[in-house]
Design a protein around this ligand. Structure first.
Ligand SMILES: [Zn+2]
Length: 101
């Protein structure tokens, strides 16, 4: 179990259904809004990888972003996903704010 600025990644099992075989499951965040499953999708050498945050079982219930753009994003969960994907779990670089607040 990791703790990143108060956001816990507690689960080893996704909370929601995700139907992409190319995705690697990274962990599940517990946020005030509910649980969010984090994935990294390897789109291949030409497309590049994307990071995905899934917050529901339905197909469209996710947000995603190219990995190269995540650092400048306000989407905290995607920055956490990148940190998990890179296995660089140092506590300081992430400034956590509610992206919807
Ligand atoms: Zn995928």
């Amino acid at each position: 179990m990791h703790n990143i600025g108060g956001m816990n990644t507690a689960a080893n099992t996704p909370a929601f259904t995700h139907d992409c075989d190319d995705c690697r499951y990274l962990g599940t965040l517990a946020t005030p809004e509910g649980r969010t499953d984090l994935y990294r999708c390897d789109g291949g050498p030409t497309v590049g990888a994307s990071l995905i945050a899934r917050f529901g079982d339905e197909g469209p219930d996710y947000s995603s972003m190219p990995e190269s753009m995540v650092d400048d994003s306000a989407r905290v969960e995607l920055r956490v996903a990148k940190a998990l994907a890179l296995d660089s779990l140092r506590p300081s670089p992430l400034r956590l704010r509610n992206p919807r607040g």
